[in-house]
Design a protein around this ligand. Structure first.
Ligand code: AMP
Ligand code: ZN
Length: 117
């Protein structure tokens, strides 16, 4: 794949070099269970292509962004989250981003506090 960063953990997960508990994969999107779950359902939904974070998205990324949310919705349905769930993407150190490959956290199965910490 052209658009990978050899140093990136999630690019390595996409490539299968690091194991993950995958719950979805297609040509554009991979989803796998978070290794340190913060809710009964905690899945990371990511583009195969390396995009550092949501701040780096531009107009041309509309299609992949739509696909990420489409997959997130399907996974929420499959997890039985009809009562609601949260989708989170952290951007930068102040927000707590630790992996610099765009990912959406799908969190559900418990009530969520607001504001987030
Ligand atoms: P963030 O802090 O928003 O960048 O989210 C990164 C997430 O990746 C954290 O929730 C971690 O628990 C998760 N994570 C880190 N390494 C792995 C891994 N090897 N497999 C699955 N999830 C991981
Ligand atoms: Zn990456």
């Amino acid at each position: 794949m052209d658009d990978r960063d050899p140093e990136c953990l999630f690019c390595r997960i996409v490539a299968g070099e690091i194991p993950s508990d995958r719950v979805h994969e297609d040509d554009d999107v991979v989803a796998f269970r978070d290794i340190n779950p913060q809710a009964p359902t905690h899945v990371l939904v990511i583009p195969r292509r390396h995009i550092p974070d949501a701040h780096a998205l531009g107009a041309a990324d509309g299609p992949i962004l739509a696909r990420l949310f489409e997959v997130t919705s399907r996974l929420a349905d499959e997890a039985g989250l009809a009562n609601g769930y949260r989708v989170v993407t952290n951007v930068g150190p102040d927000a707590g981003q630790t992996v610099f490959h765009l990912h959406f956290h799908l969190l559900g199965g418990r009530t969520m506090g607001w504001p987030p910490g």
